[in-house]
Design a protein around this ligand. Structure first.
Ligand SMILES: Nc1nc2c(c(=O)[nH]1)N[C@H]1C(S)=C(S)[C@@H](COP(=O)(O)OP(=O)(O)OC[C@H]3O[C@@H](n4cnc5c(N)ncnc54)[C@H](O)[C@@H]3O)O[C@H]1N2
Ligand code: MOO
Ligand SMILES: [Mg+2]
Length: 424
């Protein structure tokens, strides 16, 4: 049995970063930048008004309250270059390009309109407050200047990133290729089709939909889904199919423990795979198996109990995918336990947990009831995994433990300089 940390190191050493490909921005959500992206333009690209009001010329000095201006023209968002009369106010809308020659905005709330034309448009205004040079202006490049760093390399592209890249007018980005993943469920008891009634002893395949949901969300691409009964030849054929589909990661569920039908280690050996470890000093998910297949793909044998598969995915497959995507090694948070806990020494324990505010308003971790690895309902109430160290037996309220969000891409990326952060 291998220690948890050694097992993770072994996985990370086996994973190399995948090459880059150019993708359309519309396909970039959930991808990872292959290189840094610098802004090709100033954003905003022109000086514009932050308020609905009037643009004025202060000549670089303030204008005191009470000063009156004639209103000469109107500038609306979308209007182009306008050469203004510097002695007059120009009616202006939020986002409208600042007319040349003007250098401050006074909001409508800060003027008295004391003369209007037949269309009720202001023709003369009086300042109700002093105006400072540059006020209520959004300067070109103030959000990001041309040439400045928009996104670093190895950065997850989420909705915020799409907003920035779209604002910069980038139609394509260079992203790391997505790991290609095959999902193989093993077990003659499994039924995939929800319309098919269960025969006595059969169960629904609940892990496959979980994995098929998590892999794309975690940055991968599912290239094969297959369910095979407990027959080594059928499993070997599915491995071949995975290789044919170009899978770089193969995830199986079940058949890695001590039962008569737990055939995976034997099949892998017979095919000439290199088993890098089998059985990790952790719970749940102890029988996890990691191997390199003859064609070079990496194989994770996730233990069959559903929550054991969840833990295997979260603490081994997701770190592997992060490495393949060029994302930095994930760091968890270190937070105090809100209550005492006890565990078997020698095993790192991953507990379904949630974050809570204690009486003093301090954030802490509450371990949830129902930790057995067949129990999936408690996952619905949990928001994080708490990792209790292998060498501990009794933990007390206030003890600091490592905490990980349920999904790696939901985590807060702490810089490598962050201290006290935990690695999975
Ligand atoms: N004598 C021992 N028995 C077991 C040990 C052990 O150390 N000694 N380890 C236990 C642990 S821990 C786990 S975890 C499981 C791992 O079992 P396998 O990986 O061999 O998986 P199976 O035996 O095929 O199935 C276990 C369990 O999970 C259910 N299952 C499997 N696939 C799915 C699926 N896709 N969806 C829903 N449920 C699934 C399966 O029906 C079984 O109930 O072994 C323990 N035994
Ligand atoms: O490790 Mo098993 O995953 O305890 O059920
Ligand atoms: Mg078994």
């Amino acid at each position: 049995m291998i220690a948890f940390e050694d097992a993770v190191d072994c996985v990370l050493q086996a994973c190399g970063r995948l090459p880059a490909e150019r993708v359309a921005l519309t396909e970039a959500l959930g991808r990872v930048t292959a290189g840094e992206i610098r802004s090709p333009v100033d954003l905003p690209s022109f000086d514009n008004s932050a308020m609905d009001g009037f643009a004025l010329c202060t000549d670089g000095h303030g204008i005191p309250a009470g000063r009156e201006f004639a209103v000469g023209g109107e500038q609306v968002a979308g209007d182009g270059v306008r050469h203004a009369d510097r002695g007059r106010a120009c009616s202006i809308m939020t986002g409208a390009r600042l007319p040349d020659g003007l250098d401050a905005i006074v909001p409508v709330e800060q003027v008295d309109v004391f003369e209007r034309n037949a269309d009720a448009r202001p023709t003369r205004i009086r300042l109700a407050a002093a105006v400072a040079p540059g006020q209520h202006l959004r300067r070109a490049g103030e959000d990001i200047a041309a040439g400045a760093l928009a996104l670093p390399a190895g950065h997850w592209i989420g909705a915020n990133e799409l907003m920035l890249l779209a604002g910069l007018g980038l139609a394509q980005v260079d992203a790391v290729r997505r790991p290609r993943v095959a999902l193989l469920s093993t077990g003659r008891e499994l039924v995939d089709d929800p319309a098919r009634p269960l025969q006595p002893g059969q169960i629904r395949n609940s892990s496959a939909p979980f994995l098929a949901a998590r892999v794309p969300a975690a940055g991968g691409e599912v290239v094969l889904r297959a369910t095979v009964p407990d027959e080594p030849a059928r499993f070997a054929a599915a491995l071949e199919q995975a290789a044919g589909g170009g899978a770089q990661l193969v995830l199986s569920t079940g058949a890695v423990s001590m039962g008569r039908f737990d055939f995976i280690p034997e099949v892998l050996r017979s095919l000439g795979a290199e088993i890098l470890f089998h059985k990790v000093a952790m719970r749940p998910g102890k029988p996890l198996l990691f191997a390199r297949l003859p064609g070079g793909a990496l194989f994770f044998g996730l233990p069959g109990n559903p929550v054991s598969s969840v833990v295997g995915l979260r603490f081994f497959v997701e770190p592997a995918m992060r490495a393949m995507l060029g994302l930095p090694r994930e760091r968890g948070w270190r937070l105090p336990l809100m209550h005492d806990a006890s565990k078997k020494p020698g095993f790192r324990l991953h507990q379904k947990a949630r974050l809570q505010l204690g009486a003093t308003g301090r954030l802490g971790v509450e371990l949830l009831p129902g930790q057995e690895s067949f129990r999936t309902r408690p996952l619905i109430d949990s928001t994080v995994w708490a990792a209790l160290p292998a060498d501990r037996e009794a933990l007390a309220a206030g003890d600091i433990v490592d905490v990980f969000p349920l999904a790696h891409e939901a985590g807060v990326a702490l810089g490598p300089q962050a201290t006290g952060a935990a690695s999975p």
